[in-house]
Design a protein around this ligand. Sequence first.
Ligand SMILES: Nc1ncnc2c1ncn2[C@@H]1O[C@H](COP(=O)(O)OP(=O)(O)OP(=O)(O)O)[C@@H](O)[C@H]1O
Ligand SMILES: [Mg+2]
Length: 260
Amino acid sequence: MSTLLSVRNLETWYGPVRALHGVSLEVHAAQIVTVLGANGAGKTTLLNTIAGVLAPSNGTVEYEGRPIGGMDADEVSRSGLVLVPEGRQIFPFLTVAENLRMGAFARRDAQVAQDIEQIYDWFPRLKERHRQQAGLLSGGEQQMAAIGRALMARPKLLLLDEPSLGLSPLFTKDIFAIIKRIREQTKTAVLVVEQNAAIALATADHGFVIELGRVAAAGSCEALSQREDIREFYLGGASHHLPQVAAGGIRPSRRRSSWH
Ligand SMILES: Nc1ncnc2c1ncn2[C@@H]1O[C@H](COP(=O)(O)OP(=O)(O)OP(=O)(O)O)[C@@H](O)[C@H]1O
Ligand SMILES: [Mg+2]
C-alpha cells in the first residue's frame, strides 16, 4: 500500500494555546481513515492544518511524498487534497448545479458535465434538486452538495470534517454508504472526522483517536472496535463506571448523546 498522506509530529497553536501536541498519522492510497475524539480534542485543527488553512508551528505534512507544509489552501486543493470543512459552507445563493460546477473551477478538461452526472448518480437527491438554491436544501442535502462539490475537483484525498453534523442516524448511514461506494468506484482516499464512532468504525479501514491534541489510540477499525476503553467512551459500552485511566489509554471524556 502506498502512502498518500504522512503527518509527522504536527503542532498547531492558536496564539498562546497549543491545540495539536505532535500528531502523527498516515493515510494510504484508496484507504478510508477516521479520526475520532471528543469536542475540542483538535480534530478540526488537524484537518485544517493538513489542508493548509492553518499553518503548523512544528512537524511535517507530506502528500504523495512531497512536503505541503507551507502551501496555502488553494494550492493544496489543486494538488488533489480537498477539504469539506465543518459546517458545509456551500454557496447558499447558487443552485445545486452551480455549486457542483464551482468545485471544478480549477479543471481544464472536458469531462465536467460527465462528472456532474456521476455526482447525481451517487446523490440522486441532488439531481432532483439541481435547480434549487443550495441554501434552501435540508442539512443532509447540503452535506451531500458539499461533498459533491469537493468530488468535482477529482480529489485523490478527500478530507471530511464531521459529515454527519446535525444529521439523523439514518442520513448519516446513507452518507457513509455513499463514501464507501465512492471509494470503491474511484479509489479516492478519505480522511473523515466523525462523532458517530459506531458508523465511522464500521465504514473506515483504519482509525485514530485524538485526545487533547494527541493521538491516544490508533489501529485497524476492527481492532479499535474491540478495545474496552473505546467501547466505553466512544461506542457507549455496557459498563457504567468510569475506569481508571489505563497507561496510554483513553481518558474519560465528555460524552455526546450522538455516541449512543
Ligand atoms: N480559532 C481558535 N482560536 C482559539 N482557540 C481555538 C480556535 N479554534 C479552536 N480552538 C481551540 O483548539 C482546541 C481544538 O479545537 P478543534 O476545533 O480542533 O476541536 P474539535 O476536535 O474539532 O472539536 P469539535 O468536535 O467540537 O468540532 C479547542 O480547545 C478549541 O477551543
Ligand atoms: Mg471540529
